[in-house]
Design a binder for this molecule. Structure first.
Ligand code: 13P
Length: 391
């Protein structure tokens, strides 16, 4: 149950004056450290998987681990695609289990950013998934993540932010007001007045990228002016890196497990510090009380066929698995044949949707309609179709 709707989680944070960490993970060590910190501090948490990091790990494998970690948690968790680069990557992320996606089109001119964001919002909302847009540009300065975000910082304009949110329907907005991805150089100067104006104009949860290096007082100012999600990565990577260098210095012949010893602990300490400082500690139960539980829907069909052509039936099922599993919001498609020859119905479909919204968007999707009209309905006889949702 503790996978929850990310929008509900962030609206709670926004209305109650605290921020939830969107902690980027690049390995199981990060995942375990983030979850241990969230449990220890009874904090809602966002597991963030950045497309810009996909050359470090296998996204599909990491999603399976993140989802299991979320399901067995006792604190509310959301799984978010950070810096999604295209409509296709947003669909892939949602179908793998992300229940929040970020559109990273902030490098585009305004109209291009709006157009791409609109497309992703339409698709994601039809799957029940909230969307984070970005306006302005948070560049990288120093550290391993800096090169992933080349170029100069572009501050978010209040006027454009208002039009962007109205035209795209994004649920939360990442703003650029002086933070940078990676390590800071010198004292960061934040344009808090601009943030205040954006917050007054929009009234939706705001997001800060480039959380590493800000002072406690700066975080307090950000949160007081509408920031409900803070993206955080470099400080965790650096805490792990420092511990690894210490491990090697203590024993320069140590192998893998010796090098990574206690890096989870080092990251957990930093994450807990953030949760306390950002006010998300001890908010878990309040979020669980108000946030929608993120439960899949099982679209189940049992049916008979009115043909004896086994090859035609096998082709229909294989094509169904291939085509239907690509539709946004479909987690998996399983076709099966009855074990008992005397069963009243001989065939079944189990199609798992990420959210109840997909019941309608799947039915109306052109690929579903084309498959049903050309391959399924011509040979499907009597059938029963029911959508089931876990309580
Ligand atoms: P830092 O690496 O500066 O903490 O920023 C993380 C981030 O914004 C990921 O989207």
């Amino acid at each position: 149950m503790p996978l929850v709707n990310m929008k509900d989680m962030l609206v709670h944070a926004y209305q109650n004056g605290y921020a939830v960490g969107g902690f980027d993970l690049v390995s199981l060590d990060f995942l375990e450290a983030i979850m241990a910190a969230a449990e220890a501090r009874r904090s809602p948490v966002i597991l963030s998987l950045a497309e810009s990091h996909f050359d470090y790990y296998d996204f599909e494998l990491a999603m399976a681990a993140a989802e299991l970690a979320a399901k067995r948690a006792t604190v509310p968790v959301a799984i978010h695609l950070d810096h999604g680069a295209s409509l296709e990557s947003a669909v892939t992320a949602i179908n793998l289990g992300c229940n929040g996606v970020m559109v990273d089109a902030s490098h585009e001119p305004f109209a291009g950013n709006v157009a791409m964001t609109q497309k992703i919002v339409n698709m994601a909302h039809a799957c029940g998934v909230p969307v984070e847009g970005e306006l302005g540009y948070v560049a990288g300065v120093e550290g391993e993540d800096a090169e992933k975000h080349p170029g100069e910082v572009v501050y978010t304009s209040v006027d454009e932010a208002k039009r962007y949110v109205e035209q795209t329907g994004v649920d939360v907005l990442a703003v650029s007001i002086g933070t940078v991805h990676g390590r800071m150089q010198g004292e960061p100067e934040l344009d808090v007045e601009r943030l205040q104006q954006i917050n007054a104009a929009l009234g939706i949860p705001l997001v800060i990228h480039g959380g590493t290096g800000l002072s406690d007082e700066q975080f307090r100012q950000l949160i007081a002016n509408g920031v409900a999600k803070i993206n955080y990565y470099t400080a965790l990577a650096d805490a792990a890196g420092t511990r690894m260098r210490e491990n090697v210095a203590a024993d320069d012949r140590c192998g893998y497990t010796g090098i990574v010893r206690e890096i989870q602990e080092a990251m957990r300490v930093e994450i807990e510090r953030c949760m306390l400082n950002w006010g998300s500690a001890n908010q878990a139960d309040a979020v669980l009380a108000v946030a929608e539980a993120w439960q899949p829907v099982h679209h189940v069909i049992i049916y008979n066929v009115n043909t004896t052509d086994e090859a035609q039936v096998a082709n229909m099922m294989a094509e169904g698995e291939r085509i239907l599993s690509q539709i946004p919001g479909v987690r998996r498609v399983v076709t099966a044949k009855a074990v008992q020859q005397a069963a009243q119905y001989q065939f079944s479909w189990l199609i798992e949707f990420v959210h109840a919204n997909v019941i309608d968007s799947y039915r109306e999707h052109p690929d579903h309609i084309a498959f049903a009209d050309s391959l399924f309905r011509p040979i499907a006889g009597d059938r029963i179709s029911i959508d089931f949702r876990q309580n």
